[in-house]
Design a binder for this molecule. Structure first.
Ligand code: SF4
Length: 352
């Protein structure tokens, strides 16, 4: 299994090194300039409909594109105390959706407690699941737990070809993913009228932008049904963000400059107006508040006077906060934008 950037002591394991690289636009316009030209600067939140919690960086996989640099060696993990602060903050709002991500969020000892508490508050819960976690012996009852609590599953599957999925997510992951999907289907996930939503996420395997969502969704449905008897509800396309391990891939493969140009050239003001950070709040494993999971990985906490920790959560101040943007944001505004569950560009990964 490949190593995380952190365990390799790679310079790009550091958020400040990533930001340094991203700050150089190679003669192109900084993201803020393009926002300004589109009449969107400064970018402001329009409310909060998603309360995302990144419960930590532990994962049983080490996917090549992971913007979290998650893996088996990561130890960052939300404590019960911070999880309780999240639930308290949530209870004081009417935010309808709780989005749990990681790493593999299910490996966190507080994951199931968070699901139960959020459901008791009547909120819709999303689990960003890597699928293979469902096959870990210690998680034998996980699929049933998710079904019992009516948790929506959003899972990455970059290809219906084993070789391409394994190239991005690790040897043998495709077979495990298919087995997990079949198991979820047996429980009713992805089946008509079950109310158990099973949504897939496609991201390109190389340094290019995703194709049109409707076309690739239809192709996945046909292939997965015919080859593997697997059903799902929707497939969302996301653009690979130039962060962490994908950023390292771009640099090592000599694609970085070209990829950033491609993102900037595809800037779409409509996608920019609908970026997910405008309607969400993202909480880190240590309780720090961010505009999105990508900013979280760059250590760019909420700014401009908004409270920066869950213990100081104040919906009134956060609702219309100014959002912190940098050049990685071009990944959210390219083409049709990234989409991943519900709103346009909502939450960028399946959790690692
Ligand atoms: S990277 Fe985050 S802050 Fe930037 S546009 Fe995307 S969602 Fe918003």
């Amino acid at each position: 299994m490949p190593l995380t950037l952190l365990s390799e002591h790679h310079p790009l394991a550091s958020a400040s090194e990533q930001l340094k690289l991203l700050a150089d636009t190679n003669g192109g316009s900084p993201f803020e300039t393009r926002l300004d030209q589109a009449g969107l600067f400064p970018l402001r939140a329009t409310g909060m409909t998603v309360f995302q919690i990144n419960v930590g960086k532990l994962c049983n996989q080490t996917c090549k594109h992971c913007h979290v640099d998650a893996g088996p060696d990561r130890t960052e993990s939300i404590s019960r105390e911070t999880a309780e602060l999240c639930v308290k903050a949530l209870a004081g709002t009417d935010i309808p959706t709780v989005d749990l991500t990681g790493g593999a969020p299910e490996l966190n000892p507080n994951f199931r407690w968070l699901v139960e508490q959020a459901r008791k508050l009547g909120r819709h819960v999303i689990d960003r699941c890597n699928l293979s976690v469902l096959l870990i012996p210690a998680q034998a009852d996980l699929a049933e737990f998710l079904a019992t609590h009516r948790v929506e599953i959003i899972a990455s599957l970059p290809s219906y070809h084993a070789s391409q999925t394994d190239a991005q997510r690790g040897d043998g992951i495709f077979e495990k993913s298919i087995e997990a999907l079949r198991r979820l289907n047996q429980l009713g996930y992805g089946q008509p009228d079950s109310g158990l939503a099973l949504n897939l996420v496609y991201n390109p395997v190389g340094a290019f932008l995703p194709p049109k969502q409707a076309a690739i969704e239809a192709q996945f449905r046909k292939e997965l049904r015919a080859r593997h008897h697997v059903e799902f509800n929707h497939l969302y396309t996301i653009t690979n963000m130039p962060l962490s391990r994908y950023l390292e891939f771009l640099v090592v493969s000599g694609n970085y400059k070209q990829y950033m140009e491609r993102l900037a050239n595809a800037f779409n003001p409509v996608a920019a107006a609908g970026v997910m950070c405008r309607s969400m709040i993202s909480v880190g494993w240590d309780g720090a508040l961010y505009d999105c999971d990508f900013n979280q990985m760059l250590d760019l906490s909420v700014d401009h006077g908004a409270p920066a920790h869950i213990r100081d959560f104040d919906p009134a101040q956060l609702h219309h906060r100014q959002i912190t943007t940098r050049n990685h944001c071009y990944g959210c505004t390219a083409g049709a934008g990234s989409s991943c569950g519900g709103a346009v560009t909502e939450a960028g990964s399946e959790g690692g």
